[in-house]
Design a protein around this ligand. Structure first.
Ligand SMILES: Nc1ncnc2c1ncn2[C@@H]1O[C@H](COP(=O)(O)OP(=O)(O)O)[C@@H](O)[C@H]1O
Ligand SMILES: [Mg+2]
Length: 280
């Protein structure tokens, strides 16, 4: 069971004067249960790529396989695929629209043709998983806080019980506390469900602290596919492609330059702390 992306290219507005080559010959494979960070500066093609993984965009060239089947074959059930590969769009709270939180989360399962009681059970479980309190189930989604709205939108995707969860910049526009809430939620979802998770971000710290493998994009190409530690050891290259290394790694480089004997390969806060404590 896996996702295989095979020589995928995508051109927006092909055959017009406005054609944009957004993806260029991308190939990679995702195994069940992986926690992957998809990293790249704005415009590098991240959102375009993930919309191919659940069949929302059709490749200009190349193919995508889900569990061994070509998802762009004529008879492939892409509607079903969209419930298996759940995509949380950037600023998903803009898509809340039902009268109350509970109905909003029921919307996806209802569309799958499930019974009313099954929809409600799933909505309840999903809202519990993202930490929305019972007393908020029947308020208008528009009366929730920013963080709650976003968690409700994530619940709407979880209620479809996807096998793969893809989140497009889920921390965008949140303050540090809101960010950490969403990131710890994503970690918890993964621990509770064992789902495959693809976290799209341009924040080095978000992906360094959380994921096990990084796919790095630059100008429509997949330029690195490696562990976060090895990716962030390429500090100069990262800077060249408009990215950076995590803040804590930079602090260690600064200390090293000033003559302190620290290792500079720490990428998480906990690792950096351990290096600094050794100095005392
Ligand atoms: N609907 C669209 N029409 C034309 N070009 C687009 C459209 N969406 C994105 N692009 C272009 O495709 C490239 C990749 O964009 P995108 O996938 O949104 O990157 P990212 O998510 O990494 O910021 C950019 O050059 C962007 O301007
Ligand atoms: Mg994007």
């Amino acid at each position: 069971m896996s996702i295989i992306v095979n020589h995928l290219s995508y051109v927006y507005s092909q055959d017009t004067a406005y054609a944009v080559k957004a993806l260029k010959d991308i190939s990679f494979q995702v195994e069940d249960g992986e926690f992957i960070g998809l990293l790249g500066s704005t415009g590098s093609g991240k959102s375009t790529l993930i919309q191919h993984l659940n069949g929302l965009l059709t490749p200009t060239e190349g193919s995508v396989y889900y569990n061994g089947e070509d998802i762009f074959e004529k008879d492939y059930d892409r509607r079903l695929l969209r419930s298996r590969v759940g995509l949380v769009f950037q600023y998903p709270e803009h898509q809340l629209f039902e009268a109350d939180v509970f109905s909003d989360v029921c919307f996806g399962p209802k569309n799958l043709g499930l019974s009313k009681s099954e929809c409600e059970l799933r909505a309840y479980e999903a809202l519990k998983l993202v930490g929305i309190k019972d007393e908020e189930f029947y308020v208008s989604p528009f009366d929730l806080s920013g963080g709650e709205k976003r968690r409700t939108a994530i619940a709407g995707v979880l209620a479809m019980k996807p096998e793969v969860l893809i989140l497009d910049e889920p921390t965008a526009g949140l303050d540090p506390k809101g960010r950490e809430e969403i990131l710890s939620l994503i970690r918890r979802i993964r621990e509770d469900t064992g789902m495959t998770v693809i976290l799209v971000s341009h924040s080095m710290s978000d992906v360094a602290e959380n994921t096990e493998r990084l796919l790095v994009m630059y100008q429509g190409q997949l330029v690195l596919d490696d562990t976060p530690r090895r990716v962030f050891s390429e500090a100069d290259y990262m800077r060249e492609i408009g990215l950076d290394i995590p803040q804590v790694t930079k602090v260690l480089w600064g200390l090293r330059k000033r003559g302190f004997p620290v290792r500079t390969d720490a990428i998480t806060l906990a690792e950096a702390k351990a290096q600094i404590m050794r100095l005392f």
